[in-house]
Design a protein around this ligand. Structure first.
Ligand SMILES: NC(=O)c1ccc[n+]([C@@H]2O[C@H](COP(=O)([O-])OP(=O)(O)OC[C@H]3O[C@@H](n4cnc5c(N)ncnc54)[C@H](OP(=O)(O)O)[C@@H]3O)[C@@H](O)[C@H]2O)c1
Length: 307
């Protein structure tokens, strides 16, 4: 996989996904409306949403307000599969179909570009996947995929003889480089979409209740290296981390509630990280997932037995 040509803001991956996406996790409905509109005005054309973010009405209003033509936009959203330990009911085939229909109303869209199962938490994940296949046939989504699926969970789908996921949205940054999983995905032509690219930074999820303090101590050494490399290149640490993902051939997702950071995070196409510096960043890998740690779990390690 990988992106061999010169990378531009308008470059898209093989599924037609713009390389930098605006993420909407931890935004209220009002923030989502303002920030999604700001992001689209700044030039983002890829929005990442989810049923579980409880802000799709705001995201829909933001998309409407920006007035970007639907053909130019790439909108991803996800079904929350249900998770028994959290008291959340597991979704059946029909529930999954109905969920996307409801989400489309909130988003004020006729279709999304990519629909994902948010995590492999449910015993019913195979029927949820069959529902995704049906949703694509119905034209309610252009592409289908999964999120937080490790090799075994993807293999379950392949072993059942079902259509393979077109994308897998996974945590990916220098502390969590997912080397084996991404190699497996490359072999099966499953596009990688990286979330929480900025997790190594000291500014990541610092507001009350956002959970950024969890595992903060494991980031210290990486922060020194990231700071040095960013200084040498004359870019911010956030830009360095996003560019690292893109140079590895990933689409990257990034969220901010602040207009100046929203613009900064898209502006990663006028510098390049050298091969040596890419290697220094690669060497920081600790196979450490951070993004869900405040919820007390690693979504890739949760696997209810199949029903
Ligand atoms: N599929 C999944 O399970 C999953 C899990 C996690 C995330 N995601 C998706 O991926 C998106 C991105 O992940 P994320 O929300 O963890 O976002 P992120 O972009 O990795 O980090 C966002 C955090 O970094 C701060 N930040 C943003 N830009 C910055 C900059 N230029 N300099 C310094 N700090 C900056 C933000 O603070 P401010 O907002 O205060 O600027 C926020 O606290 C999510 O929004 C969501 O769409 C998916």
């Amino acid at each position: 996989m990988g992106i061999k040509m010169k990378i531009l803001q308008t470059t898209r991956n093989e599924l037609g996904i713009p390389l930098v996406g605006f993420g909407t996790y931890q935004l209220s409905n009002d923030q989502a409306e303002a920030c999604v509109c700001d992001a689209l005005n700044a030039g983002y054309r890829h929005i990442d949403s989810a049923e579980g973010y409880n802000n799709e009405e705001g995201t829909g209003r933001g998309i409407q307000a920006a007035g970007v033509s639907r053909d130019e936009l790439f909108v991803t959203t996800k079904v929350f599969p249900g998770y028994k330990p959290w008291g959340s009911d597991e979704k059946s085939y029909e529930d999954t179909i109905e969920t996307l229909k409801r989400q489309l109303k909130h988003l004020q869209l006729d279709y999304v570009d990519l629909y994902l199962i948010h995590a492999p938490f449910s015993e019913l994940r195979m029927e949820q996947w069959r529902a995704c296949i049906e949703l694509k046939k119905l034209g309610l989504t252009k592409h289908i995929g999964v999120s937080n699926y490790n090799t075994e969970r993807v293999q379950e789908i392949l072993d059942a003889g079902l259509v393979a996921p077109e994308a897998n949205e996974i945590e990916y940054h220098p502390l969590c480089a997912q080397v084996e999983l991404t190699e497996f995905m490359r072999k099966h032509s499953i596009a990688p979409i990286a979330y929480s690219s900025l997790a190594p930074l000291s500014t990541w999820r610092v507001e009350d209740g956002q959970g950024g303090e969890v595992l903060a101590e494991i980031k210290k050494e990486a922060q020194t290296v990231i700071n040095d490399l960013a200084k040498n290149l004359g870019v911010t640490q956030a830009k360095l981390l996003l560019r690292w993902g893109v140079q590895h051939g990933y689409c990257v997702l990034t969220k901010s509630s602040k207009p100046e950071r929203i613009r900064e995070n898209l502006n990663i196409f006028d510098f390049q990280i050298s091969e040596n510096d890419m290697k220094r960043l690669d060497q920081l890998n600790q196979n450490q997932a951070i993004a869900w740690a405040a919820n007390g779990l690693n979504p890739m390690e949760v696997s209810a037995p199949l029903k």
